[in-house]
Design a protein around this ligand. Structure first.
Ligand code: GLY
Length: 426
């Protein structure tokens, strides 16, 4: 079979790598990919948003199915476009992708299907939003969320009324997030550690992957601004059997809602959970694999990803027993100095070839291949993942490999998976 993976980050590299292990896959294409992905896939310089060129490419190369990584093409209807052309594709339809692309839709869905989540109000008019906040306590935490997709920048954690009023003005008046902030949600803050539950689903049944934890802040001890994710690990010990049962109750309600609403959902659903007082609450849905959670989770997959995809496409996911290695996986992201603010690109990456461990893999996120050398081309540059029988060994192994790699102004967190080690979960 031939497969096309759409996207260009570390997540897509991890997806391509997983397909490269499948005896059923003869050829992997990636659009637009990156320097490192070109080691496992043929990359083509077609943008993830150019559906016309992508479908032409798939037809010309007789590609059997397409797997979509990022949310933007999904929310713009890539699945509907491909299916209208008679092509097989893994991902939710545009309508179903609203679970991620509209926070208001997603919260209404949660309310309708009795899914535990923070109390909220939604606003399309700035005056209504500001009026609502007038009665909010001066120092009570509150969350302001942009309705639309905002590349991870759409959630403002506010320390009280004034902070929240400023957030509303920035989004709805100053339009700092463009159209994404035309409508907003104002919701109660829930404190607690977060977990990412990724599930494969064909819209009828589902299979839960090992729960993982992302590290969103740039600095150790979860300090500094938010990023796209500085590392992840799986399975997270916080996800005890007891918690997993409660989360499965939630997931069953979500799948039931997807069926009742007749949402065409094939692919991966990301259920972002916050745990407060031993109870899980849904923070968000994403309609795709997480990044960098995928780089930690997929190396643990035993089952052939092609079999999982075929079952999803045939809506027979329940017929596949998906199994996972009983190991721990830790992914550390190497970023350009200055990220998530301004950073320089174009530095040569040295030392990847010195990593010589069969349980360690380097996923490229922001790299270009120039004259046989890898060059930095983004904020997050690489994600290095190691797996081992216990989390401490996985941490030691991954940081030994990280030390072999260098590029000018390289930055990484030194404490990925620390929660798993010291039992402190938040
Ligand atoms: N790691 C967060 C996300 O993929 O949205």
């Amino acid at each position: 079979m031939k497969v096309l993976v759409v996207g260009s980050g570390g997540r897509e590299h991890a997806i391509c790598s997983q397909f490269s292990k499948s005896p059923k896959i003869d050829k992997i294409y990636c659009a637009p990919g990156n320097g490192g992905i070109s080691q496992v896939a043929e990359i083509t310089n077609i943008s993830a948003s150019d559906f016309n060129k992508l479908t032409d490419f798939v037809k010309k190369n007789k590609i059997d199915f397409t797997f979509v990584g990022p949310e933007t093409p999904l929310s713009s209807g890539i699945v509907d476009y491909f299916e209208a052309e008679g092509l097989k594709i893994i991902g939710p339809s545009r309508n179903a992708a609203r679970l991620e692309s509209s926070k208001i839709y997603s919260k209404e869905f949660m309310r309708k299907y009795d899914i535990p989540t923070a109390h909220y109000n939604s606003f399309t008019d700035i005056n209504d939003a500001l009026k609502f906040l007038e009665s909010w306590e001066e120092n009570k935490k509150v969350v302001v969320k942009a309705d639309g997709l905002a590349a991870g920048k759409g959630v403002y954690m506010c320390n009280g009324r004034r902070d929240a009023q400023n957030a509303v003005k920035q989004m709805m008046n100053d339009r700092v997030l463009g159209d994404a902030g035309t409508s907003v949600i104002i919701e109660e803050n829930i404190d607690g550690p977060e977990l990412s539950y990724l599930i494969f689903t064909d819209g009828i049944s589902y299979s839960v992957m090992p729960a993982s934890q992302d590290h969103k802040r740039i600095n150790d001890n979860d300090q500094g601004p938010n990023t796209g994710g500085m590392g992840a690990y799986a399975p997270a010990p916080l996800a005890t059997d007891e918690l997993n049962k409660k989360v499965e109750d939630i997931i069953r309600k979500v799948i039931n809602g997807i069926k009742v609403e007749k949402l065409d959902y094939k692919g991966v659903l990301y259920v972002g959970i916050i745990v407060n007082d031993s109870s899980p609450y849904v923070l968000e849905f994403n309609c795709r694999f997480g990044d960098p959670e995928t780089q930690a989770v997929l190396p643990l997959l035993n089952t052939d990803l092609t079999d999982v995809c075929s079952a999803i496409l045939n809506r027979k996911l329940s017929s596949v027993r998906i199994s996972w290695k009983r190991e721990f996986s830790v992914c550390v992201v190497l970023a350009s100095g200055g990220y998530p603010g301004n950073f320089k690109k174009g530095f040569e990456i040295k030392g990847i070839e010195n990593i010589n461990d069969e349980n360690t893999v380097v996923f490229h996120a922001g790299t270009k291949l120039e004259n046989g050398k890898f060059i930095t081309s983004g904020g997050r540059v690489l994600g290095i993942t190691s797996t081992a029988a216990d989390v401490k060994s996985a941490i030691n192994k991954v940081y030994s490999s990280v030390k072999l790699v260098s590029f000018k102004e390289m930055y990484y967190r030194k404490d990925i998976a620390w929660r798993a080690l010291n039992g402190k979960q938040n």
